[in-house]
Design a protein around this ligand. Structure first.
Ligand code: BYC
Length: 315
């Protein structure tokens, strides 16, 4: 079969909603796009453990500590499913990690902002996980089978993350004036970066058109961002908090919340490595990897020992 026939058969499968599996033929550019997106996603999950991991020892009660610990562990697990999904495309985990550690690979801009107060654990769960879910629900139906299946499990866990964050804020806004102010300050700092998580506007998004045609992405950056704003404004109102956007207003005709302009200079500055915490996050990630080398070595030695024993028992 020539290249053109292979490509049209591939696109036909996508159009018929048949999942593409690891051993199926696929265009090189499809493979490349998926390795890029899945690995960026995996990196985001593991770098995303850092801002919250920082608060585990300072959680205000045993219950809060247990929930936060479980959430951070879940993020590590998400990284694992996603690295495994990327590996099915023929790339090694070592290579992907190397790209992260040398600053070549991207991860979500949001994790380059500092978590300054306990209320930030609430805002991260509510807004950051909330934005992540909005994007990931559509990724459950992405065209690549292993990615789609990983996303189904991840989405279930993300819902718990979002609720635990919202509940932290609900408790704070019902507390003292100082606690409510802490919650408001947190919303002020996390609102705009959360909107940036969805990526550049559709007009500026380089990959969207092709990724939509391949059904890797099923909804555009702007459509998802709007859905997030529409879902989140009433939640902020219920908390009695003010979204830091003077242009925010309800449009009766469209049935959507209109919002003010996003500071794209800030977004690109963070993406290019110059956000408040970029350097610190990378340094912490590299240190964690190096300090964990003995665990990987031990696991490998154990696996080799088991393999060798099996070879002796079963001739
Ligand atoms: N940050 O053409 P575009 C989580 C880059 S973590 C940094 O629209 P695409 C959690 C983009 O990569 C959830 N870079 O790209 C964990 C591209 O650059 P390259 C993370 C960004 O791929 C712990 C360029 O800008 N979720 O749940 O079509 C605790 C042009 O963009 C960002 C995912 O990763 C950004 N925000 O669409 C709590 C979801 N946005 O690659 C929570 C999977 C864009 O050409 N990813 N860029 O150098 C996606 O759905 C898509 O990749 C995106 C971007 C919607 C993010």
């Amino acid at each position: 079969m020539n290249q053109q026939d292979l490509e049209s058969r591939f696109q036909d499968k996508i159009d018929r909603e048949v999942k593409i599996e690891a051993k199926d033929w696929m265009p090189d550019a499809y493979r490349k796009t998926l390795i890029r997106q899945i690995s960026q996603h995996a990196h985001s999950e593991v770098v995303g453990m850092l801002p919250e991991g920082n608060w585990i020892t300072r959680a205000p009660s045993l219950r809060r500590k247990a929930a936060l610990l479980a959430k951070v562990q879940d993020e590590g697990g998400h990284g694992l499913y996603l690295y495994a999904a990327a590996e099915t495309m023929g790339v090694s985990r070592d290579q992907l990690l190397d790209e992260l550690h040398t600053g070549k690979a991207k991860y979500s801009s949001i994790f380059n902002y500092p978590a300054l107060s306990w209320a930030d654990m609430g805002a991260i769960g509510w807004l950051v996980d909330g934005a992540a879910i909005m994007n990931q629900v559509m990724l459950q139906r992405t065209s690549y089978g292993p990615y789609s299946r990983a996303m189904i499990r991840i989405c279930k866990e993300e819902s718990f993350h979002q609720r635990q964050g919202y509940e932290i804020l609900l408790t704070l806004v019902r507390g003292s004036a100082e606690q409510k102010a802490m919650a408001q300050d947190s919303l002020n700092r996390w609102w705009w970066p959360s909107l940036m998580m969805f990526g550049p506007s559709d007009a500026e998004s380089t990959h969207s058109a092709q990724s939509m045609a391949w059904k890797i992405k099923r909804k555009s950056n702007d459509v998802l961002r709007q859905a997030f704003v529409d879902a989140t404004v009433p939640q902020a109102q219920y908390l009695g908090l003010t979204i830091p956007d003077p242009d925010l207003k309800w449009n009766e005709e469209t049935g959507h919340w209109e919002f003010g302009p996003i500071d794209w200079d800030e977004f690109w500055n963070v993406v290019k490595g110059n956000g408040i915490c970029n350097r610190q996050r990378l340094r912490d990630r590299v240190n964690a990897h190096e300090e964990g080398a003995w665990v990987r070595d031990a696991a490998l030695a154990y696996a080799e020992k088991k393999q060798a024993r099996k070879a002796v028992v079963t001739p």
